[in-house]
Write a protein that binds this ligand. Structure first.
Ligand code: LLP
Length: 383
């Protein structure tokens, strides 16, 4: 599956992206979302902003969901149409708002009254009218890691439900904003469709509440969050988009002319990416053996930050399995990719693939310990 021979001359660690799988995933998303009238999928740029990846995604007609001025620039450079760009974020700086206004992006997802006032002022200054959606905090938990739950009242995200009416009233007094939607996002790596169903029920309630006041918004944006199989990337390379979209079709009540927007990140790119790392040393500890590799938490921080378990394979060896802790070279005890896992017997120089690393991998890399950032290559570059 990996062109191991062709990897030999490439400096490790690096990210490898299987573009055939990426394309198949995008095709599935388009087929499954296309079965529902009025569904629009945006790609959450935060998951992976490698230009080569962004460019492929933009070719499939997805919009872009951005959370910073830098991401808006990256999306524009990759060819996403401006009118498909939505911009969320709890702390937008003035220059970022101005960048969005100057480019006439599709929508600002607004997270507070204070932010709404700044957007209105800046829009007035530039002679623009900003389209806005209110990000509502629906106070819904998700069955995922606490660090990636976003829709609870205790989280910093979104406007509290009880303030929704007030915010909408306030916006109606402002000359340079136009309210076009409501936005939600309850968390990430969600595999229990019941969580999305709970979100649908909450949105139905909020919409009925608004209807009583004769407020009708054109767009509902339900964010992203669909999870992937980290245990079995080969058995489940493409997430169950059919079930995901059907969950919304079954439970969310939309008016005929209402548009439903999604912001999918992980489910689009996670499975097509692997972090390729070289084995430096096998070290015998007092009661275990360590496979010390040249990638560390600086290249892939998910195991250290969220206790994420990525499947690891020795792609250079087919010798019998032995048990290893796979660790990196960083001076931190949390620089561990996996404990007590079986790998084909390891030797210095072997290449290991850390799987399902296409989302929140390369983009979260840092230069801690003065390490260079890993490169990202697409499969075409190894032909
Ligand atoms: N929309 C909003 C407003 C978001 O905050 C996020 C992710 C998404 C969409 C995309 O969610 P996805 O479809 O990828 O689940 N670094 C963490 C994940 C952080 C997610 C942040 N927000 C990780 O590696 O698990």
């Amino acid at each position: 599956m990996f062109p191991v021979d062709k990897f030999q001359d490439t400096r490790t660690p690096f990210y490898y992206y299987d573009t055939q799988l990426l394309r198949e995933t995008l095709k599935t998303i388009n087929e499954e979302s296309g079965k529902h009238a009025n569904y629009h999928v945006h790609y959450a740029v935060k998951a992976n902003a490698n230009q080569k990846i962004l460019h492929i995604i933009s070719q499939y007609g997805l919009g872009a969901d951005c959370v910073s001025g830098g991401e808006i620039k990256a999306a524009l450079e990759a060819g996403f149409p401006v009118d498909s760009i939505v911009y969320a974020g709890v702390g937008k700086s003035d220059w970022e708002i101005e960048l969005g206004l100057q480019n006439d992006i599709a929508c600002f997802n607004v997270e507070s009254i204070a932010e709404l006032e700044v957007i209105n002022d800046l829009a007035q200054k530039h002679g623009k009218k900003a389209r806005v959606a209110f990000r509502i905090n629906p106070n819904i938990g998700a069955h995922t890691h606490a660090n990636i739950t976003t829709g609870l009242a205790e989280n910093k995200f979104g406007i509290a439900m009880q303030d929704m009416d007030k915010v909408i009233d306030e916006a109606q007094t402002m000359a340079n904003v136009e309210v076009i939607g409501l936005h939600f996002h309850i968390g990430s790596q969600i595999l229990d469709m019941g969580d999305f169903k709970a979100l649908c029920n909450r949105i139905n309630d909020l919409q009925s509440q608004l209807a009583k006041r004769n407020v009708f918004v054109q767009n509902i944006n339900v964010g992203g969050g669909l999870g992937v199989s980290y245990d079995n990337p080969d058995r489940e390379p493409i997430p169950d988009f059919k079930d995901y979209f059907n969950t919304y079709a079954t439970h969310l009540r939309l008016r005929n002319d209402q548009q439903l927007h999604f912001e999918l990140g992980r489910s689009v790119v996670a499975q097509c990416g692997s972090l390729i790392t070289r084995l430096l040393y096998v070290k015998q500890g007092s009661y275990k053996q360590f496979a010390i590799v040249d990638a560390g938490m600086t290249d892939l921080i998910r195991p250290a930050l969220y206790q994420a378990l990525h499947k690891i394979q020795n792609i250079s060896s087919d010798e019998p399995n032995e048990t290893y802790d796979v660790v990196g070279p960083i001076c931190e005890s949390s620089d561990v990719f996996a404990k007590a896992i079986d790998l084909n017997r390891c030797h210095r120089g072997d290449l290991l693939a850390i799987r399902s690393a296409g989302a929140y991998g390369e983009i979260m890399a840092s230069g801690y310990n003065c390490r260079p950032l890993p490169e990202g290559y697409i499969s075409e570059e190894f032909r």
